[in-house]
Structure formats: C-alpha cells, structure tokens
Design a protein around this ligand. Structure first.
Ligand code: TRP
Length: 464
C-alpha cells in the first residue's frame, strides 16, 4: 500500500482497497458534522439539491480528472503536474495546482483537527455517562461550556494532531486499510441506529420536508458557492489528495465506475447524517441553523435518552473520530509525498514539522470560539475565514484548473488510455464534461459570488 514513497512505488492491492481508502478520505467530518449544519444554515431543501447536483456535475468529473492525472504522473501531485506539463508541452506553471493544494491542505487540517478534537472529547463525555437524560438545554450547556474553555479545546486539538502525525509518520499502510475496512461499515450501522431513533422521535417528517422541499426563495448567490464548496470538501477534491491516492491505483482499474461508487457512498453518508440529525432537532425544538454545534448538541441528546445510550454514544464519537483521522491523513498526503520524494526526507520528520505548523495555525480556530469570538474580518471569525478561504475559494479554484488541464492539456491518447475508452467520440464526451461543463459551473458560481452585479445586469437586460 501507499506507505513507502522513497523506494519502489507500491500500489493498492486491488481496486476495492483504493475505493476504501478514497472513501475513507471522502467520508469524514464533512459528511457527519459539516453537511447537516451548513444545510441547516442555508435553509435545507434547495441547498441539499443544489449540493447533490454539484456532486454529479462537478464533483464526479473533477475526481476523475484528479485520479487520471495522479495515475499518469505516478508521483506526488506537485511532481506529477511538473511531469505531465512537460509531456504535454504545457507551461511549467501548471505545477501551481500542486502548491495551491499543499497550502489548502494546511489550512483545512488546522481547523479539521480542532473539530475532530471535539469528537474525541465527546467519546470521553459519553462514556462517562455525561449525556444521560440531559435534555435540550443540558446538551447546549455542555457544548457551550466546552467551547468557552480554550485550554480544553487546545488539549483535544493537540491530541488529535498527535494521533495524525503518528499514523502519517509511520506510513499509512496496514493501519489505514484495517481502519476503513472495519470502521466504515460500523459507522453505517450506527448511523442507521440514529436514523431509526429519529424515525420514531416525532420529527422525521419535518426533517424530510426540511431537507428535500425545494424552497427557491432562500437561495442566494452565496448558496451556490457554499454548496459547491461543500461538494469539493466532502469529496476531498481540489487540493491533490485524490491525485496523490490516484498515483497508487493499478492500471487495470476503471476510473469512471470507481469514482461513481465513491461519490455515491459519500453522498449516502451525508444524507443519512442529515436524516439522523434533523429529526432530533425538530422533535426537541432546536434551531436547525445553529451552526457548527449542531451534531454536538443533537447526537448526545438522542443517545442520552436511549437504553445503552452511553455505549452507543461512545461508539458513535469513536467512529466519527476514525472517519476524521482517515480524512486528515489524506490532507497531509500531497505535502508529505512531495517532501519525501524531492528531498528524500524522513517521513516521520516531515510529518512532525507539518503537524506542528498546522497545530499552531489551529490555535486561531480554538480561540475563535471564545477569546476571539468577536474578532472578525468581513464578518467572519478566524475559523470562518480559514474555512471560507480554503473550502469556497481554494478548492474550487484548484478543481477548475485540474479539470481544464485533464481535459485540454494532456495528450488525447493518454486520456483515452487512462479512462479505458476509445475513439474520437469518447474523447469529445470527456472534453465536454470535464473540459466545459464542470469548469463552466465552477466559473459561473465564482463570478456570481465575486461579482454579483454581472448577473444582476443580465437579469435586468432579460426583463427590460
Ligand atoms: N473529505 C473530508 C471530509 O468530508 C475532508 C478532506 C479530506 C478533504 N481530504 C481532503 C477536503 C482534501 C478537501 C480536500 O471530512
């Protein structure tokens, strides 16, 4: 497996291990924690449907592009891009994609570790029976008290970062495979238990309506940007993580069908998480748009009322933490594989330096929830800013460039060979999907958000 970057390149032992690893990267806090809360903040229904269409129209072609480039380059994303730019007689500057990705990975990991730290703390809280019959306001108090204490947040943030560095530093071989093989199915089972609970909680119909009613009036230009950013985030796209994993995919695996399986798995977990969490929200009169605390208030509340709730609760947060670790690993992969390959550096040293860097940056996120809560830039706290910049700007920008490169720059024969298709029409189809539709969607959303006047002018012209 993908653990030894210095010697001969290893491969995933088969396509399914790649599917598991890629799904391990994709399924994480983005699905269970983030998706429900941003769907809540953006009014539900329309957001969810826009998000799912972004997965299909933009996410799938871009993931295919990343894997295609990774498998052709067979190196770290930066080196792969350098090599492919040369083969394709394109500008060396395309390697910028790789650098942008490394930076985005740093930013994301810095806050990802803080939130994953919350989940670690909740394993502990749940196990010690802290959630038994707490009620809605009790659940909110526990969460708010925790957030107001920077030292506690820092402690759990540090612990998660240490785990990540240890795993990444030792090479992710066996551990990652075993983790995804066992924990992912278990996570599905616990989500189903929560779903059943939600189903009989009295808030299920309301939750389904909330998630799937198409309320166009709450859609703004921001909604599109946020939905697209979330599609990138949840599929781990736009920063080279999938490119790095793709570099170990055996030549025989079919990229298209593999990507569709990963996208379906990931969307399933996101939608199931929403359907598990929103019934609890409505049955208890909680606020769906309450933000990052959503999962940390609703899930303890539900498990607190079940028999064996402490046990299930502990297990749930344990699995969320595992899902977060398998994602965190992939966030470091582009940077680590590059440094190891380029400077022949020791993997463990690189992992430690990178971990320290992200840890320091993460302190800003820790403070965003207490001392720095009122310190804002354009109305965003430190955490919101890092999150917005990485997820809504850097990932889509990276993805846009990746798709354009994979559709128009590399030689047609390479594309056909990689995708396992043949003939001129296959190539046209690929270029239309990855080279026109996906980048156009990303570009429109960008223009729409950054320069809303353009679209307003078009609207006016049509009416007038
Ligand atoms: N996809 C992961 C999640 O949903 C997070 C993640 C892992 C990620 N690797 C990434 C996001 C690379 C963007 C890019 O939690």
């Amino acid at each position: 497996m993908a653990n030894d970057f210095s010697g001969k390149r290893e491969m995933w032992s088969n396509r399914w291990l790649f599917v598991l690893a890629a799904a391990g990267s994709a399924v994480g806090l983005g699905n269970i924690w983030k998706f429900p809360y941003i769907a809540g903040e953006n009014g539900g229904g329309a957001f969810v449907l826009i998000y799912l269409s972004c997965i299909a129209l933009v996410g799938v072609p871009i993931m295919m592009s990343e894997i295609l480039l990774g498998r052709s380059g067979r190196s770290s994303p930066i080196t792969s891009m350098e090599k492919l730019a040369e083969v394709s007689k394109a500008s060396r500057y395309w390697a910028f994609i790789g650098w942008l990705g490394v930076l985005a990975g740093f930013l994301i990991l810095s806050y990802y570790a803080v939130i994953a730290g919350w989940a670690l703390n909740y394993i502990w809280l749940s196990g010690s029976g802290g959630f038994s019959n707490i009620g809605a306001s009790g659940a909110e108090d526990i969460f708010n008290n925790f957030l107001s204490n920077p030292w506690q947040l820092l402690f759990w943030h540090s612990l998660f970062m240490i785990f990540t560095v240890l795993i990444v530093g030792r090479g992710i071989g066996k551990g990652l495979e075993t983790a995804v093989r066992w924990f992912m199915p278990l996570l599905f089972i616990l989500l189903v238990i929560l779903l059943i609970y939600g189903f009989q909680s009295g808030g299920f119909t309301q939750a389904v309506n909330f998630m799937f009613d198409f309320k166009m009036d709450v859609v703004t230009t921001e909604t599109w940007l946020i939905a697209m950013g979330q599609a990138f985030f949840t599929l781990s796209l736009g920063m080279g993580a999938m490119m790095a994993y793709g570099s170990y995919v055996p030549d025989s695996a079919n990229i298209g069908s593999t990507v569709i399986i990963i996208a379906l798995l990931d969307s399933f977990v996101a939608v199931a998480s929403g359907l598990a969490i929103f019934p609890i929200v409505f049955a208890n009169g909680l606020e769906p748009g309450q933000g990052p605390g959503l999962m940390f208030v609703t899930v303890p509340l539900a498990f607190g009322q079940m028999s064996f709730g402490s046990l299930f609760g502990t297990l749930f947060f344990l699995l969320v933490s595992f899902a977060a670790i398998t994602s965190a690993i992939s966030l470091t992969e582009p940077a680590i594989s590059y440094l190891v390959e380029k400077y022949n550096a020791q993997r463990s040293r690189v992992a430690i330096s990178l971990g320290v860097f992200c840890w320091v940056l993460g302190i800003g996120t820790v403070l965003s929830f207490n001392h720095w809560a009122d310190l804002t830039l354009f109305g965003r706290t430190f955490f919101d800013s890092v999150d917005y910049l990485s997820q809504n700007i850097m990932l889509p920008l990276g993805g846009l460039l990746i798709a354009l490169f994979a559709a128009w720059k590399i030689p047609g024969e390479l594309i056909l060979e990689q995708l396992g298709i043949s003939g001129r029409y296959g190539l046209y189809a690929w270029r239309i999907v990855a080279g026109i539709i996906a980048p156009l969607c990303v570009a429109l959303v960008f223009i729409n958000t950054l320069f809303p006047e353009v679209f307003e002018a078009i609207n006016r012209a049509q009416k007038g």
